[in-house]
Design a protein around this ligand. Structure first.
Ligand code: G6P
Length: 312
């Protein structure tokens, strides 16, 4: 019997979760995807949080047990009555009836914090941009879209840091892929569209065989696309890096590797028959418009499709 394939996108506030989520949904076809944001499982509204003195990042501030139950239901294709938190008003709205599509993407702050929740995902992504970049993104988003001043956002970041350290960042260890977009130099600005990406690939899921990359670059560390071995949270991992200035030719080679056993992706990557491809990053990435983003979306999509072959 077929069941929905579940993708987790976890990371701290303004780490790029929604941008990546929307991009992947675009690649998979929005009509095939159910999007869930776990902010909806906040236990307290904004005013209550302020009164109690608790941040949204604390597990006690969220109905993680209900979130976990809902994940299990979605995984078996059953509907849920999901709470709704409004970022606009900071209060709750009437719950929403949600029936899962073929793919479900769950994005949020604490998605991997319990074992039962972790077991619900087929693919687990953790977003880990450098903290200065995340702070910039948070200031930008919260001042432009959530009505906060820069000073308020910076104060909030400082207030939340202990919870980020204790509850958010340790979840990195449970992910299959750690995604870190980063500027090529300390000075460069993310708005120039040249962010690089560093992908930590844990051996917890079957990754495409990227070793031809090594042959392509002859182990040249100056190449715009690099594959190497490293350790992450004390475990051995592969690391794939793609620079923002990678050429279309280099990107094509990487796409070719991913598409070789995936006809669906091959269609998506075919620029001639699919002129929309260039827009995959463009339409979704308000702040990261680049090949690194498009390739990250493709790699995660690859795993979603792979999961449909393995588990269905
Ligand atoms: C962080 C998260 C939000 C979460 C919010 C609650 O910023 O990224 O998604 O819901 O904290 O804070 P709020 O500004 O809505 O009171």
């Amino acid at each position: 019997m077929s069941r929905p394939i579940i993708l987790g996108i976890v990371g701290d506030s303004a780490a790029g979760k929604t941008t990546l989520t929307r991009g992947i949904a675009q690649v998979l076809g929005p009509e095939n995807v159910t999007l869930i944001c776990t902010d909806d499982y906040h236990r307290y509204d904004r005013q209550q949080r302020a009164e109690i003195g608790i941040t949204a990042l604390h597990p006690d501030c969220n109905y993680l047990d209900v979130m976990q139950q809902h994940l299990s239901l979605l995984r078996t294709g059953q509907p849920i009555l999901k709470p709704v938190y409004s970022h606009k008003t900071g209060t709750f709205e009437p719950p929403q009836y949600i029936k899962p599509n073929k793919f479900v993407i769950i994005e949020g702050l604490l998605g991997y914090s319990t074992r039962a929740a972790r077991n619900a995902y087929d693919v687990k992504v953790y977003l880990a941009p450098p903290e200065p970049l995340r702070a910039k993104w948070k200031v930008k988003r919260d001042t432009q879209k959530r009505g906060y001043s820069t000073e308020q956002v910076l104060a909030e970041l400082e207030k939340r840091e202990p919870d980020s350290e204790q509850f958010i960042r340790p979840q990195r260890q449970w992910s299959d892929i750690v995604v870190s977009f980063y500027p090529s130099t300390e000075e460069s600005d993310e708005t120039n569209g040249h962010l690089n990406v560093r992908l930590v690939l844990r051996p917890t899921i079957p990754h495409p065989d990227f070793t031809p990359i090594i042959n392509l670059t002859n182990g040249n560390s100056d190449s715009a696309i690099r594959l190497g071995l490293d350790r992450d949270m004390n475990k051995p991992v592969d690391v794939l890096e793609v620079d923002g200035h990678a050429s279309l030719e280099q990107v094509n080679k990487l796409e070719h590797i991913m598409c070789s056993d995936m006809p669906y992706l091959r269609n998506i990557c075919d620029r001639e028959s699919n002129p929309e491809l260039g827009k995959i990053a463009g339409t979704t990435g308000e702040t990261i418009q680049s090949y690194p983003l498009a390739l990250t979306q493709l790699i995660v999509t690859y795993h979603m499709l792979k999961a449909t072959q393995i588990y269905q």
